[in-house]
Design a protein around this ligand. Structure first.
Ligand code: NAD
Length: 244
């Protein structure tokens, strides 16, 4: 029997990139998995898709309740939905700051609030938040995005402390630059996408981008009883970009 058999997991932002790779990996290993996404139309069996916008508390509550009903409860919340933002503090106005915080930080708070009553009833409850190296790396042109991910890392620690005695573990992953549709869109928007891609690869100690499957494997570990003694940690999946 695998450590994932019988686990009931909900992955936000699970229709693309890291979330999709995570939902598929958890399902392959024997978990039952639901996806919450703005556009779940591409989600295929055995995954089930639930349409919701993490900036809308009602739609999050309804999607989490529907997923918990479908799965017969919830053991795992992968809080992954997120968006990027480029620029210095002079480039993004207040409205952009509020919107990106609304998606990247409050979106995780809303999903956690809706999931916690279900997680309390689980014998193997875990929340995994998708954070980023941006939380601690001091990246140029990423003031707003980095601030949201710094908040996610702090939120992870605080939630781990609040819920450890209820048997709910809370951890996060800190990916480096991951080859996902989002990064492909950013590169395609550059004046010379091929040169931009080569420069990005050259900045990685490993000479390549991180894959979504590699981040999914780290999330799956933190979501499963395999990491039963681990809470309040940030697991880097960044090709060594911060440590080397
Ligand atoms: P992606 O764009 O490929 O996938 C993001 C998914 O989230 C999409 O399916 C999208 O529909 C969904 N989503 C966005 N806004 C939403 C909302 N308001 N409500 C519900 N769903 C919403 O992106 P990705 O690269 O897989 O990123 C996933 C997470 O990983 C994000 O939190 C991102 O900050 C983080 N991350 C990505 C990288 C990277 O290099 N790609 C690096 C570090 C961290």
């Amino acid at each position: 029997m695998s450590d994932f058999d019988g686990l009931r997991a909900l992955v936000t932002g699970g229709a693309s990139g890291i979330g999709r790779a995570t939902a598929e990996l958890l399902a392959e290993r024997g978990a039952r998995v639901a996806v919450l996404d703005l556009d779940p139309s591409s989600v295929e069996k055995p995954l089930t898709g639930h349409r919701a916008d993490v900036t809308d508390d009602t739609s999050v509550r309804e999607a989490v309740a529907a997923a918990a009903t479908d799965l017969g409860g919830l053991d795992v919340l992968v809080n992954n939905a997120g968006i990027g933002a480029r620029g210095t503090v002079e480039d993004n106005d207040d409205e952009e700051w509020r919107h990106v915080f609304d998606v990247n930080v409050l979106g995780m708070v809303r999903a956690a609030r809706a999931a916690l009553p279900h997680l309390r009833a689980s014998a193997h409850a875990a929340i995994v938040n998708t954070c980023s190296v941006a939380a601690t790396a001091g990246l140029p042109q990423r003031a707003l995005y980095s601030a949201t991910k710094g908040a996610v890392c702090s939120l992870t620690l605080a939630m781990a402390a609040d819920h450890v005695r209820e048997g709910i573990r809370v951890n996060c992953v800190n990916p480096g630059t991951v080859d996902t549709p989002w990064v492909a869109r950013l590169l395609d928007a550059a004046p010379d996408p091929a040169a931009e891609r080569a420069a990005l690869r050259a900045r990685q100690p490993t000479g390549r981008l991180v894959t979504a499957a590699e981040v999914a494997a780290a999330i799956a570990y933190l979501a499963s009883p395999l990491s039963g003694a681990t809470t309040g940690t940030a697991l880097a999946v960044d090709g060594g970009i911060q440590g080397l």
